[in-house]
Design a protein around this ligand. Sequence first.
Ligand code: KIV
Ligand code: ZN
Length: 509
Amino acid sequence: MRLIKVFDTTLRDGEQSPGATMNVEEKLQIARQLKRLNVDVIEAGFPIASQGDFEAVRLIANEIDGVTVAGLARTRFEDIDRVGEAIKSAESGRVHIFLATSDIHLKYKLKMDREQVLESAVKAVLHARKYTDDVEFSAEDATRSDRDFLCRITEEVIKAGATTVNIPDTVGYTIPLEYSELIDYLMNNVPNIDKCVISVHCHNDLGLAVANSLAAILKGAGQVECTVNGIGERAGNASLEEIVMVLKTRPGIFSGADTRITTREIYKTSRMVSKITGMMVQPNKAIVGDNAFAHEAGIHQDGYLKERSTYEILKPQDVGIPASKLVLGKHSGRHAFKERLKELGYDLGDDDVNKTFDKFKSLADQKKYVFDEDIETLLTQELSDICDVYCLTFLFVASGTNQRPTAHVRMTVNGEDRELTHSGDGPVDATYNAIAAITKTKSQLSKYEVKSITGGTDALGDVVVTLEEGGRTERGTGSDTDIIIASAKAYINALNKLEGKKRAVEKGI
Ligand code: KIV
Ligand code: ZN
């Protein structure tokens, strides 16, 4: 078997999806699940970008053993030093340096010539080697770079000590045939190529990220960079679950190339990432979409019932889709609840289990059956409810026929109590007007979605909002059996994220 390393960048490139910012606690939960999934490398963040990113990489490096933890850096020494500091206590830590190599990026973005880029890359790799023997260099926009320059820089960074060289399709421009020829060209024209692992990192602008990654594996790439559910910058990155399951399903085509992924953890990981980021998985998404294993057409159903393999090439159990869903209720005890949390992939300390158990109990008082989806919602709400700057402390809404709705909102803003009553076109509008006035924020609400987590009028309502301010976008989530409270929580969650992003941008990153 030829082992292909899985470099998961859900917590870094995935987090760059518009609105998918995660806090440190959310990143830690996902990192624990990525360990269960058995990825080889977790790219946990870009430590120079913000204190939160630095903390996330540091805490993940500190806690997660058996997986390499990587942090991203530009070629600046201060970026590399920050990664070095963050991965200090990792059992296995990697510095991942990137610098663009295409003439377009050199001319317009970097304003450097090729010799300067070469020199900067080599110096950066040498500097990073002071922190770890595991250094990755990424030639950003490799697929639009001059091939011979790409060969030269690959050779030089390997000489300087890079152990992995990544050939990213940063703008999702290439196609499988061209990309496989590029990898082949490097394999045959870089004299010391055998001293490093060639990695591939494909974006999905033309819908080809997975196909391109697989084409590169056929030509000798030894590492794939990907994200859970394919989330990421613009149209996203190559989807981890699709690459892994293609290799599993078609071993003959890939001459036995395979990954170490525990495929039964795929579905759980997908759900967790979707809940935490608020990015829904489209129903027809391969492997993890709701319809991925649903047979609707009569002819298909008939064939499937006679012999499963007529219409099914994978089994839902292979990716961990449960055959039936367990239901808890108000008589379920703490032990059963804790076990359920573990089965859903959430690893909480006793205090957090107790806090969530109390919320579960009050939910179970309100609705008869508590489903997995309800528990996931309680958990992710608990994780995202971090009142960095803004915190809701009280909400009262009055609305009805022949009455203009009003909302009385009390909040803390950086620890200071503030309250206000505002009217609006509906109860949500009144609440949002009051929050905007209290926080003195001017964001635009570009999307508001509400859905019930399970059936019934007593169901938890899940609200996802998208706010935009000064060219920045953030998504916020909130849930409650009262959809106005859920709406307020989602709005405040997005405002807190916008604040965090504003601080990072003020630092010029
Ligand atoms: O897409 C890209 O080029 C990247 C690099 C930082 C690897 O994300
Ligand atoms: Zn990328």
